[in-house]
Design a protein around this ligand. Structure first.
Ligand code: HGY
Ligand code: MN
Ligand code: MN
Length: 422
């Protein structure tokens, strides 16, 4: 029998990826944007993002993948299947990071997809359906909102022109920055996907605390993000009597406390964070006249998100009146709680069981590109533990054995959906 024919035999439960090669590729990519504390700062559409993209494209091409880039900069590496007419089974994630990001958030899902391809090539295994590895543009939403931008355009959630026109705090647009780094692609976006799997670190403590290696992700919390602008009056910190002040930062500080209180009131699934704040004029002896800050709300139900928004609007009115400032609230991100495809979730669960990894069902507190891809294709995610559940932090860490286990589950779930050519 030729190699490809025996490939089907080799695709049994004993098939494993190369854990050392996966770890090396993660460490090599992490050099691009490496930070002193061992993290990665590779913000979307910066020169470091370009370097990361170039590196991954080189690896895709070296693995024999046909590479294309779409109009929002999403990168796809395609491995032919026996039946070119079938929609591809896709694995992917993102390589843009938070300003104080880690080595694994996003990067793991892309490099696990590449490791699956490398393993199949090594073993001479051809699939029935084509496979693709995807790198989604601007998942983090830290420089340009909305979050999960590339996958959102791909899934038709955001019009392409709307995304290309989004600006950062310096007024640079997504479109200009894509052109500047050479990733304003011409490939069509929204191409067919037979099934999508995303391997990701959990970014929370549950798997580690419960001794599970694999998280069978059944869905993700819904999110609402707001930009809040508080407008008072700049004033001299000395002669201005306390009673006459219109202090925007005093009001903003009270609203930060309110965001936290609202989230606690929606336990166990409510989440509320103010992670970004700009104070103007930001001078030590001037009563601040303007404060802009971001609110990130999350919940397991739409009703919960709506209740949190109502409470926030009431707090803005109350605090605004008390501090004699105006408070403007603008919603910049919304997506409802999502449930992943039952058959894809079952493929993940079956892979974990066949590989004898302790596993549990889990709902993602983080948003992921899978949330938008799930709108257009059967989708599921695979979680692995990260150290102390810490992420969006330079000390983010994970065990090579856990990363390899998740990649093995990804391999078997993809083969289950793509089929192995005889
Ligand atoms: O914010 C999130 O949930 C994701 O990390 N972008
Ligand atoms: Mn991520
Ligand atoms: Mn992230």
């Amino acid at each position: 029998m030729n190699d490809l024919a025996t490939g089907a035999l080799r695709a049994g439960p004993a098939l494993r990826i190369d854990a050392d090669r996966l770890w090396r590729s993660l460490m090599d990519l992490a050099q691009i944007g490496a930070t002193p504390l061992g993290g990665v700062r590779r913000i979307t559409l910066t020169d470091l993002d370009r370097q990361g993209r170039d590196c991954v494209v080189r690896w895709f091409e070296a693995a024999g993948l046909a590479v294309r880039v779409d109009a929002i900069g999403n990168i796809f590496g395609r491995r032919a299947g026996r039946d070119p007419g079938r929609a591809p089974v896709v694995a992917g994630s993102h390589i843009d990071t938070q300003p104080s990001g880690g080595k694994f958030d996003g990067n793991y899902g892309v490099l696990a997809g590449l490791e699956v391809v490398r393993t199949l090539d090594e073993r001479g295994i051809r699939t029935e359906a084509p496979l693709e590895v995807a790198v989604w543009t601007n998942e983090e939403g830290t420089r340009f909102t909305p979050v999960m931008m590339g996958s959102g355009v791909f899934a038709g959630v955001f019009p392409l022109e709307h995304a290309l026109a989004r600006t950062d705090v310096e007024g640079k647009t997504v479109g200009d920055e894509l052109r500047r780094i050479g990733y304003a692609g011409s490939a069509p976006t929204g191409t067919p996907v037979g099934a999508y799997f995303e391997a990701h670190i959990e970014q929370g403590p549950i798997l580690e605390d419960t001794g599970n290696t694999i998280g069978v992700v059944t869905g993700a919390l819904g999110q609402r993000w707001y930009d809040v602008t508080v407008t008072g009056m700049n004033a001299h910190a000395g002669p201005t009597p306390m009673a006459l002040r219109r202090d925007a930062l005093l009001a903003a500080a009270q609203l930060v406390v309110e965001v936290n209180r609202i989230a606690h009131g929606e336990a166990p699934h409510g989440r509320g964070t103010v992670g970004y704040m700009q104070v103007a004029p930001n001078s030590r002896n001037v009563v601040p006249g303007e404060v802009r800050f971001a609110v990130d709300f999350r919940h397991a139900t739409d009703a919960g998100l709506e209740a949190m928004e109502r409470a926030l609007r009431a707090a803005c009115a109350r605090v605004g009146a008390a501090c004699r400032v105006t408070v403007a609230l603008e919603e910049v991100v919304y997506f409802p709680p999502c449930r992943f495809d039952a058959d894809c979730v079952a493929a993940v669960r079956a892979g974990a069981a066949a590989l004898a990894h302790r596993h549990m069902e889990i709902v993602s507190g983080a948003g992921h590109d899978a949330v938008y891809v799930a709108r257009v294709a059967p989708t599921a995610m695979i979680f692995v533990p990260c150290k102390g559940g810490i992420s969006h932090n330079e000390i983010e860490d994970a065990l090579p054995a856990h990363l390899a286990a998740g990649c093995d589950v990804l391999l078997h779930a993809m083969l289950a959906r793509a089929g192995v050519a005889a």
